[in-house]
Ligand binder design. Structure first.
Ligand code: T3D
Length: 264
């Protein structure tokens, strides 16, 4: 019997979601897409879940689409637009819209959609041995899963073009120095560093953190004036949360705050 394509480990305040098709470097087939969607649905519904850690099993993070499902059979051509509409685009929108931070722990190569799925997480940690490959051009495709949108924003136009057109691997340390990811860490400490971040987020003011995600996403298209108005509205919302009241009280009392999170 096949192993589950997605593993979920429930921790105190967060979940570890592992892409689990290591023999294919965790490339996506439909079963893995559906299982990941179910895992994200469950995490979102669970009010005690205040962060998510996404990683890969084995030596890779994710090699994008499973290409063995894309070998042409006679005249029948796969409709890649349909695949993107059904699976990849909803996944990217979902990751960005989750009401808590998502930490990617990139344990090995992240290629094709696998790279862009990682880059659409809120914080990207990568093992020093990991690399990011916009592999699409190697097989005649266009970077998807938000790649053409996020790359120029993270690394600038020249580097985005180089990454997309040359499709060469970018090592984790260079990815950090280019501003593509948050941090490259020693392979042996990747998971403990990612877990530490999730523990911090799980004890954080979750509604406030989700409003920060919303504000930063909106800033990508807003004018300064529109963004100022949005900050006012989101700050009003944040200022009405019990966690804001607790944060201020704790500051004045000179103690650590105890945040109640999503329900609070
Ligand atoms: O189709 C749609 O729905 C549209 C959406 C597309 C989104 C996309 O992601 S398109 C891009 C797809 N991905 C790629 O083009 C990457 C393909 N993989 C690679 O280029 C290389 O495997 C890597 C650079 C990622 C890693 O290279 P390396 O040398 O470390 O490993 P390897 O030997 O190539 O791969 C190890 C095994 O994983 C190997 O299987 P084997 O020979 O041991 O049985 C290899 O075939 C398999 N594998 C790796 N990537 C994929 C894959 N199998 C299926 N699909 C893959 N994407």
């Amino acid at each position: 019997m096949d192993e589950a394509p997605i593993l979920v480990d429930k921790r105190e305040g967060y979940r570890v979601v592992t892409l689990n098709r290591p023999h294919r470097l965790n490339a996506f087939n439909e079963a893995m897409h559906r299982a990941l969607k179910a895992a994200l649905d469950e995490a979102e519904i669970d009010q005690s879940c205040r962060a998510l850690l996404l990683t890969g099993a084995g030596r890779g993070f994710c090699a994008g689409q499973d290409l063995s499902d894309r070998v042409a059979r006679g005249d029948i051509k796969p409709d890649l637009g349909k695949s993107i509409d059904t699976f990849y685009n909803p996944l990217i929108r979902r990751l960005r819209g989750l009401p808590f931070p998502v930490v990617a722990a990139v344990n090995g190569v992240a290629a094709g959609a696998g790279a862009n799925i990682a880059l659409n997480c809120d914080i990207v940690l990568a093992a020093r041995s990991a690399s990011f490959v916009q592999a699409f051009a190697r097989i005649g495709l266009v970077p998807d899963s938000g790649g053409t949108w996020i790359l120029p924003r993270l690394v600038g136009a020249a580097r985005a073009r180089g990454l997309a057109l040359l499709a060469e691997p970018l090592a984790a340390e260079k990815a950090e120095s280019w501003g593509l990811i948050w941090k490259a860490v020693d392979d042996a400490s990747l998971m403990s560093e990612a877990e530490k971040l999730c523990e911090k987020f799980a004890a954080g003011p979750t509604i406030g953190l989700s409003l920060i995600k919303r504000a930063l996403d909106a800033s990508e298209t807003n004018t300064l004036h529109a963004q100022l108005d949005l900050e006012r509205d989101l700050q009003r919302e944040a200022g009405n949360t019990p966690d804001y009241a607790e944060g201020v009280r704790a500051f004045v009392d000179k103690r650590a705050p105890i945040y109640s999170g999503r329900g609070g």
